[in-house]
Design a protein around this ligand. Structure first.
Ligand SMILES: CC(C)(COP(=O)(O)OP(=O)(O)OC[C@H]1O[C@@H](n2cnc3c(N)ncnc32)[C@H](O)[C@@H]1OP(=O)(O)O)[C@@H](O)C(=O)NCCC(=O)NCCS
Length: 185
């Protein structure tokens, strides 16, 4: 593979492709994981990480185990520029349920439809390739953009954890949303 050949992708809709994290993604994850506002919006680890920690995490395949997925999203028309990640975790093949999470690396890439493309592809993959029938996620109740995206894709509120997450000097509610996928024939 030449230096200019992008790494192979697992999924693609022609605009956004999804693939396993690669060493070239390191600076993008490192920047994101040291952006307090962004990390707080996904209720992630808020103490900062070193570039070495990120590189080691990528070398471990993004820290996933079992049937879980950790995929970097890249923008196909822009030479496969990394724009974010989507993950499926606690994938349970018996109950056929999974949790998902996603995040764009840069606010400038928000509201271009990329989140919708990432979510659609990973939901289709979980349904078509892994027979998952229900997908859940949690988010801050104040995250109106994410809420608009998820509800437009058929996710509905299943529960609310009151004053659950401390950020910006206050305790915020966390909403749990789920979507039942079409039964398989
Ligand atoms: C939340 C996030 C994944 C959404 O991805 P995105 O690419 O920005 O969203 P999209 O462009 O696909 O927009 C999806 C919908 O959100 C809505 N939306 C977009 N911008 C919005 C805004 N500023 N306010 C409210 N709703 C908005 C629109 O309804 C849009 O639907 P449309 O395609 O019919 O116009 C992304 O903004 C992000 O990573 N944010 C920071 C991290 C985060 O909050 N992650 C989610 C944690 S649960």
């Amino acid at each position: 593979m030449s230096d200019r050949t992008p790494p192979a992708t697992l999924l693609s809709d022609g605009v956004v492709a999804l693939r396993r994290p690669e060493p070239v993604d390191g600076p993008f994850y490192w920047q994101m994981r040291n952006n307090l506002a962004l990390v707080s919006s996904v209720m992630g680890f808020r103490l900062g990480v070193s570039a070495q920690t990120v590189d080691e995490w990528i070398a471990r395949g993004g820290g996933v185990e079992g049937d879980d997925l950790m995929l970097t999203a890249v923008l196909v028309p822009e030479a496969h520029r990394p724009i974010g990640y989507v993950k499926a975790y606690r994938v349970d093949r018996f109950s056929r349920h999974a949790w998902i999470g996603l995040c764009l690396f840069d606010e400038q890439d928000a509201a271009h439809g990329y989140g919708r493309r990432m979510l659609t592809q990973v939901c289709d993959y979980l349904h078509d390739q892994m027979a998952i029938r229900k997908i859940s996620l949690d988010l801050l109740a104040t995250n109106t953009r994410a809420l608009a995206l998820y509800t437009s894709l058929g996710f509905v509120e299943e529960g609310r954890l009151k004053s659950q997450y401390y950020t910006g000097g206050r305790f915020e509610d966390v909403i749990i949303l789920s979507r039942f996928l079409e039964p398989r024939s």
